[in-house]
Design a binder for this molecule. Structure first.
Ligand code: 2E7
Ligand code: F3S
Length: 328
């Protein structure tokens, strides 16, 4: 008997799109390009994206990860701000110290920052839907003076939040939330606060929406277990596991890489879905597939709900060729 015949068959539905988004791709390229142009060390404030594999790889090539600017010496080395964005105070502190900064904030986060500023300039108090303490939320709240933004984390909080009286209101959100939860929170806020201003649809980015739609599609195709490759502190990845369970999967598990998965978790499953958060490289997805293949005879099929062709340009300081810079 061959090994394949001895292993039970398992249908593996690969969600697409999955994994790296354009903002992550740009952020990683910024660190790589800074290393290649300026050598090591390149300082990075916060994990460039929430993935240990990506961070360890860049660290091995000379990136030094810190949480705050006070951990960085005044030695003229490049300092990269992570894809999640930073508060205005961080930018002004870097300017005061004349640090050589490269901003890897995702352009879609910068768009939310500018939106929040516009509302504030029009006298509106902002209700920011998001998770307390997440670096994106810290960065977005930090675009405006203290007290200008109230965080709303749930439908329950939407029902009880008491913004300052007498001010017009607007809402914005973190880019990596559950599309469905956010719609519920917005509906609860709009019902309480007539005239609430906000984006045409929401501030959730294309990558987050597409990955959630793809997870729903694999569950719709019969996946009763969904494996999500991503970090437990990666907001968009955790949302994918929640979306899978809410869509009807019996179980969703979040793993950082192949070695973390006990393939026996798929025993008795009709079909297994597999996806990856926006910060998880495809190599880790392939590790998970290889891990499942140690126990099952896999029939792999991709379930695609959207094509993604979006690409973000590098900051001007890195998009010019080094020769052109020298000639300037
Ligand atoms: C930046 C932003 O690094 P991630 O896991 O971050 P989240 O926000 O999901 O914890 O994923 C990529 C990314 C997503 N959003 C980077 Cl603002
Ligand atoms: Fe940007 Fe969305 Fe990726 S905000 S970093 S495109 S998950």
């Amino acid at each position: 008997m061959t090994l394949d015949a001895a292993r039970p068959k398992l249908s593996l539905l690969l969600a697409a799109p999955r994994g790296f988004c354009a903002g992550v791709d740009r952020a990683v390229r910024i660190v790589e390009e800074a290393l290649s142009r300026h050598g090591a060390p390149v300082y990075v404030r916060h994990e460039i994206v929430h993935n240990r594999h990506v961070v360890d790889d860049l660290r091995a090539r000379g990136a030094v990860f810190v949480e705050e600017l006070n951990e960085i010496p005044d030695d003229g080395r490049p300092v990269v701000f992570s894809a999640h964005g930073v508060a205005k105070g961080v930018v002004s502190e870097a300017m005061r110290r004349r640090l050589f900064t490269l901003d890897a904030t995702c352009p879609l986060v910068t768009k939310v920052h500018r939106e929040a500023e516009r509302h504030h300039a029009r006298g509106r108090h902002i209700l920011l839907i998001g998770h307390a303490g997440h670096p994106e939320v810290v960065g977005t709240m930090g675009q405006l003076p203290d007290g200008a933004v109230t965080l709303v984390e749930s439908v329950e909080q939407a029902a009880s939040v008491t913004p300052p009286a007498g001010l017009p209101l607007a809402w914005t959100s973190q880019t990596t939330l559950s599309v469905d939860d956010t719609a519920e929170i917005v509906a609860a806020l709009a019902a309480r606060f007539p005239g609430l201003a906000g984006p045409a649809k929401d501030d959730i980015c294309y990558a987050t929406s597409n990955r959630q739609a793809a997870v729903k599609a694999v569950v719709g195709r019969g996946a009763d277990l969904v494996i999500v490759v991503g970090a437990p502190y990666s907001s968009n990845s955790v949302r994918l596991a929640e979306v899978a369970e809410r869509a009807g999967a019996r179980r969703a598990v979040l793993v950082q890489r192949g070695a973390d998965l006990d393939p026996a978790v798929a025993d008795g499953c009709a079909a297994v879905g597999l996806t990856a958060g926006a910060s998880a490289p495809e190599s880790l997805v392939q590790e998970v597939i290889a891990r499942l293949a140690t126990r099952f005879d896999l029939a792999v099929e991709e379930v695609r709900v959207a094509e993604e062709r979006i690409e973000f340009r590098l900051p001007p300081a890195l998009s010019r060729s080094p020769g052109a810079m020298a000639a300037e």
